[in-house]
Design a protein around this ligand. Sequence first.
Ligand SMILES: *[C@@H]1O[C@H](CO)[C@@H](O)[C@H](O)[C@H]1NC(C)=O
Ligand SMILES: *[C@@H]1O[C@H](CO)[C@@H](O)[C@H](O)[C@H]1NC(C)=O
Length: 269
Amino acid sequence: MWRSVLPLLVGVSLFLLQLPDYSSTQEALWQDYKHGLRGSEAHDKKHFCTWNCLLFTLQWPGAFCQSLDERKLCSIPQSINKWTIHGLWPVKVFHCCKCWPMFESDVQELDAELKEHWPSLLKDQPSFHFWRQEWEKHGVCAACVEGMNSPFRYFQICLKLRQQFDIQKLLEDAGVTPSCDRPFKLVEVQQVLAQHLGDKHEIQCVTDPKGREVWFQVKIPLSHNLTVGCDHHADGGPGWNSSHGHPCPPQAPLYYFPIDHQQPQRPCG
Ligand SMILES: *[C@@H]1O[C@H](CO)[C@@H](O)[C@H](O)[C@H]1NC(C)=O
Ligand SMILES: *[C@@H]1O[C@H](CO)[C@@H](O)[C@H](O)[C@H]1NC(C)=O
């Protein structure tokens, strides 16, 4: 399944920028998160908590549908006009055990918020199935850390991360707004995002049928303790190749297409 694939993370040349202080949000997150594995727990970590980094991945509905095979029917609910969550993925984990089923009642309290920020964009996939799939493929592996050790906590953390990384606002404030005609430079976008996402974030594109590089996803590397900027390229083990999406080429014009609810797969012809 495409959602389970962690793309091979080849280096995108990024500019080193200083991280700003956003410690109040970080502190709040930290309180919720409590603490990760450390000290005496480090021993257990060896056995079942093998990852060092998480990728918090946001997707842009305006181009997401273009990243899918044609046969997959894409549908963007009318209410969806913002960047949405794709997932929170421990890096370089081959598979998570199928040992922790998730039920709708687990995230009932978060349902409205999840529907708003983490909708399924596939016609034949109810949002809950998307969430459950993400939990089973990634969440179960993340759950070796105390603050994420239940479906409820995992999804709650994800919602808080989305709030923290409000890239919609960041982009709007910087005048980076969706357009069919106006291409951006990758470095422009990176400079805007780096203020909050760190210099290791990854901007991913799909190539549309007209050969344009279209921005559809951002990956934000995080440490166990949810601090921005984890060096996952150094993690051992083989990577994954994604059949969909790749790091946006630094030299090509970068398109940030508007969302077209009527024609989600072809927002700009
Ligand atoms: C979070 O983890 C990173 C990497 O392990 C570490 O460098 C950093 O100091 C930690 N931050 C906090 C607030 O504990
Ligand atoms: C990813 O795909 C490229 C091109 O098809 C291939 O050369 C490379 O070996 C693949 N990497 C992995 C880790 O599968």
